[in-house]
Design a protein around this ligand. Structure first.
Ligand code: FAD
Ligand code: DHB
Length: 390
């Protein structure tokens, strides 16, 4: 088989890139090692920047998002028994975010792709990029016991943190930067009205908590937990009790509960691989970088990578210029590092670390007090939260 762009990975970055390429008349094939239902069973991101929504519009996959997504003009920071609203809209001169689950983004992109007739191969085992330092790269994979080969012009590694693309790059040409945090997030989904109409990020001496949502009737809550916790040890009641303890009293009293239908623990990590291009192989999204979820940047960064790569590839095919793809790594990384910094900062300010003592707790509360009362500091937070331009 031959295609112009072989895309490894059918998460948000692979599907969005595939759809933009298809819209531009550039042929592409997507491979994923798992099946559609498995991909749609993963519960992850919930907050989309305007730039991400714009790209989904460009990919003609945002109809349901506009009908069902929740525009949010602000969020709250809770600490020391109180909470303060950050007015994103006012502080950024009219920008907001949209609350719409990654599962739904993925479903919408899959539907558009199926309607376009572009090929996605699910359950493709051992996908491997080959000869990307030559002018004739190709990808091999196995399906139903048969090895297949896809010849292509370029390979897009959209296969997440544990994918095969980054691993295929020789160690001597890649540099990685990593910080692993000594805690995780225990997340829960339940069909019950959210405690607040906007998100609440809470700092508490018992640990961080986040109140988010998927709709007016579906809540998504997270609590910081230690890495050796087991989901099975967290009954719904234990989760709700712990969440209540970490929220200001008026929210704790207003919290409505219902049986959960999803509960999982996510580890927290900051990671960047440099560069993001190796001749004819590009790393995109979580394959190249990971941010801790505090600040909601991972999926949005995947989308900005896709933007830079898509524009570069379009220029390559339309104008026979490699200027865009040559600039991909540098442009993407400049934005990535700013989001890595923001996510690290939010994580550090909001969580309890193993060595956090009374002094450190007071410092976090003083920083939050300053942040919520200084217009300059609130503006910097808001500007980063709604997403830096790309
Ligand atoms: P992935 O979603 O990981 O997709 C990679 C795909 O590649 C997968 O389908 C996988 O099956 C496939 N694959 C892997 N290996 C192979 C292989 N060898 N061969 C073929 N296919 C392969 N981000 C935000 O912007 N906002 C948020 O609010 C937010 N909240 C989050 C909350 C949680 C709890 C978590 C865990 C993450 C959150 N994120 C958030 C981050 C966001 O989910 C990720 O950044 C996003 O999924 C990255 O998309 P991706 O397509 O690059 O990678
Ligand atoms: C969600 C996840 C985040 O990491 C975040 O910062 C905000 C919301 C969510 O899953 O809803």
């Amino acid at each position: 088989m031959r295609t112009q762009i072989a895309i490894i990975g059918s998460g948000p970055s692979g599907l969005l890139l595939g759809q933009l390429l298809t819209e531009a008349g550039i042929d592409n094939v997507i491979l994923d090692r798992v099946g559609k239902d498995y991909i749609l069973g993963r519960v992850r991101a919930g907050v989309l920047e305007e730039g991400t929504v714009g790209l989904l519009d460009e990919a003609r996959s945002a109809f349901r998002l506009h009908a069902e997504g929740l525009p949010h003009d602000g969020f709250s920071l809770a600490f020391d028994g109180r909470d303060h609203r950050i007015d994103l809209y006012e502080l950024t001169g009219g920008k907001r975010v949209t609350v719409y689950g990654q599962t739904e983004v993925t479903r919408d992109l899959m539907i558009t792709r199926e309607a376009s007739g572009a090929l996605t191969v699910y359950d493709a085992a051992n996908a491997t990029p080959h000869d990307f330092d030559s002018s004739s790269p190709y990808v091999t994979y196995e399906k139903d016991g048969v090895t297949h080969r896809i010849d292509c012009d370029f390979i897009a590694g959209c296969d997440g943190f544990h994918g095969a693309s980054r691993k295929a790059v020789p160690e001597k040409v890649i540099r990685t930067f990593e910080k692993v945090y000594p805690f995780g997030w225990l997340g829960l989904l339940a069909d019950v009205a959210p405690v607040n109409h906007e998100l609440i990020y809470a700092n508490h001496p018992r640990g961080f908590a986040l109140c988010s949502m998927r709709s007016a009737t579906r809540s998504r809550y997270y609590i910081q937990c230690s890495l050796d916790e087991k989901v099975e040890d967290w009954s719904d009641d234990r989760f709700w009790d712990e969440l209540r303890r970490r929220l200001p009293t008026h929210h704790a009293q207003a919290l409505k509960t219902a049986p959960s239908f999803e509960k999982s623990i996510a580890p927290l990590r900051s990671f960047v691989a440099e560069p993001m291009r190796f001749d004819r192989l590009f790393l995109v999204g979580d394959a190249a970088h990971i941010v801790p979820p505090t600040g909601a940047k991972g999926l949005n960064l995947a989308a900005s990578d896709v933007h830079y790569l898509f524009e570069g590839l379009r220029e390559f095919y339309d104008a026979r210029s490699s200027a865009g793809i040559d600039a991909y790594s540098q442009k993407a990384l400049a934005r990535v590092w700013k989001a890595v910094r923001f996510s690290w900062w939010m994580t550090t300010m909001m969580h309890r670390f193993p060595d956090t003592g009374d002094f450190d707790q007071k410092i976090q509360e003083a920083e939050l007090d300053y942040l919520t009362h200084s217009r300059a500091a609130s503006t910097a937070l808001a500007e980063n939260y709604v997403g830096l331009p790309f």
